[in-house]
Design a protein around this ligand. Structure first.
Ligand SMILES: Nc1ncnc2c1ncn2[C@@H]1O[C@H](COP(=O)(O)OP(=O)(O)OP(=O)(O)O)[C@@H](O)[C@H]1O
Ligand SMILES: [Mg+2]
Length: 478
């Protein structure tokens, strides 16, 4: 009898606690309780107040730190959670941003310590702003260990916001000089169709890189990262570069190697690039195969890559190729290329993503038919499929039928041409959208043995072609 009573009492206590919590939440009382606890906590500590005026008193010059604090405070999640704040139009169309209101106090948590920002605005009799300032309030006991890192943190965050907001530019080399223009490519990380797991790994890799200055310096490496994007034409490599530029807020320096006069020209161009930029060399395989017209020497090109690797801080370098076959392994070795990303032709999954993006379709009665055709080994590039969807967007059924017809004829051609390397998942030696850290061959674990054997044979054959070895000692263009 006794244990039953105990269970009943415990059960009713848990239920009452739960109901009480629910009541607090529903009525907003929990908010009042939290405010009260904060108020008591504030009263129990001695505080230090630091003023950040908009203008310096002496010379009436703009205080750059005020601008940084304004950016920082407006980005705080606690502003979103506050009782009242301003909504204003952002710089991009349809962009709405939060902005702190006169006399508002916003709290922030840094290294476990609570700090607050009070936004003070002085107005004249015509309601015009005369002076603005922020007052930072921190506990005196925390000052010694949080103030310096906190101010540094504000610098970093505001830099990051600045970087994302600035107008992106693309620089192209013409006659030994960079010519720049606004870069308004619409591709974003969300609009790129690729395996979602791989996409988030790449996004994470890029974002980690951005935050790793201190780590790189600690291990004595130059803060830069290089990527190789390889795959058939029209699979999204250039769109991906635009998406990376949009994600990081980095300008693009697109190196046109055929416009480079010689090695020293290439070197000078490199020195003229700014930090926080993407250096892009597209279609490197094509340039390498045109040995006769190449104006840089192999050593000059390796110097260019090493120049970025050894001296150029806060840069991302992206190379694109249609195929890695026949490329000298010295060019692709770890340290020169950190990450290899494969861009394959469409499989059924990427087709479905394109159908969702371009036609707004999540399901359709023709999907099983499309899947069957993909299973036969037929494939097309995302660019080809996207184009068919775009022109037929007013009728999704017509769009799908045209994709089916095109896949059928591609499939027939593919059968006539025999197996080729970059096909859908079933016939490709490299899984769709593979990513390899330099030196790694992850697909070995996932691809059936027979395909690896077949790929081995194909590689052997292609290696026998003169000058096509990717393991050879000799340089690939002379
Ligand atoms: N993975 C993809 N996701 C979304 N759109 C894509 C993708 N691949 C291609 N497209 C569409 O096809 C067009 C051409 O793609 P993109 O220029 O990026 O291909 P690429 O791989 O750079 O080709 P190339 O090797 O010929 O330079 C893009 O404008 C885009 O609309
Ligand atoms: Mg391209």
């Amino acid at each position: 009898m006794f244990p039953l009573q105990l269970i009943l009492v415990t059960f009713s206590a848990v239920c009452s606690l739960f109901l009480f919590r629910l009541f607090l939440h529903r009525t907003g009382l929990i908010y009042a309780v939290r405010n009260f606890v904060d108020w008591v906590d504030e009263g129990l500590h001695v505080h230090l107040q630091l003023k950040v005026p908009e203008f310096t008193d002496s010379s009436y010059q703009e205080n750059q730190f005020f601008r940084r604090v304004l950016l920082y405070v407006n980005s705080l999640a606690s502003l979103e959670d506050s009782d009242f704040t301003n909504l204003i139009a952002g710089k991009k169309p349809n962009d709405i941003v939060l902005s702190i209101d006169d006399d508002q106090v916003i709290h922030d948590l840094f290294l476990g310590s609570r700090v607050s920002w009070h936004y003070r605005v002085k107005r004249d009799c015509e309601n015009q702003v005369v002076a603005r300032s922020f007052v930072l309030k921190i506990k005196k006991k925390d000052k010694r260990w949080i103030l310096k890192p906190y101010l540094q943190h504000i610098h970093t965050v505001s830099d990051d916001i600045d970087q994302r907001r600035k107008e992106l530019r693309i620089h192209n080399n013409i006659n030994g000089r960079w010519k720049s223009a606004p870069f308004n490519h619409p591709a974003t990380f969300d609009s790129i169709v690729m395996d979602s797991d791989l996409k988030s790994r790449i996004r994470c890799d890029l974002e980690t890189f951005m935050k790793s200055k201190q780590y790189y310096h600690k291990i004595g490496r130059v803060w830069r990262r290089s990527y190789l994007l390889y795959g058939p034409s029209g699979t999204g490599k250039s769109s991906f570069i635009a998406a990376v530029s949009d994600l990081l807020g980095y300008d693009v320096y697109s190196v046109n190697l055929s416009q480079v006069a010689d090695d020293s020209d290439l070197n000078t161009l490199l020195l003229q690039t700014t930090c926080k930029s993407l250096i892009v060399v597209e279609h490197l395989d094509r340039y390498i195969s045109e040995k006769a017209t190449a104006k840089t020497t192999p050593a000059g090109f390796l110097n260019f890559m090493d120049g970025i690797s050894n001296f150029q801080e806060e840069k991302i370098i992206i190379f694109t190729m249609n195929s890695k076959e026949g490329i000298d392994s010295a060019l692709l070795r770890p340290g020169r290329i950190d990450v290899h990303i494969h861009f394959p032709n469409c499989d059924f999954n990427s087709f479905k993503n394109l159908a969702c993006n371009y036609l707004g379709l999540k399901e359709h009665k023709l999907f099983p038919q499309v899947e069957e055709i993909f299973l036969t080994g037929a494939t097309m590039s995302p660019a080809e499929i996207a184009e068919l969807m775009l022109v037929n967007r007013s009728s999704p059924s017509r769009a799908l039928k045209s994709v089916i017809t095109a896949l059928h004829s591609n499939g027939r051609n593919a059968v006539k041409a025999g197996p080729h390397l970059y096909n859908s998942a079933s016939s490709s030696p490299v899984p769709p959208y593979a990513v390899e850290e330099a030196g790694g061959v992850p697909w070995k674990d996932t691809v059936p043995k027979e395909f690896r054997k077949l790929y081995g044979l194909l590689r052997l054959k292609s290696c026998k072609k003169p000058g096509s070895s990717d393991h050879g000692d000799e340089m690939i263009y002379r």
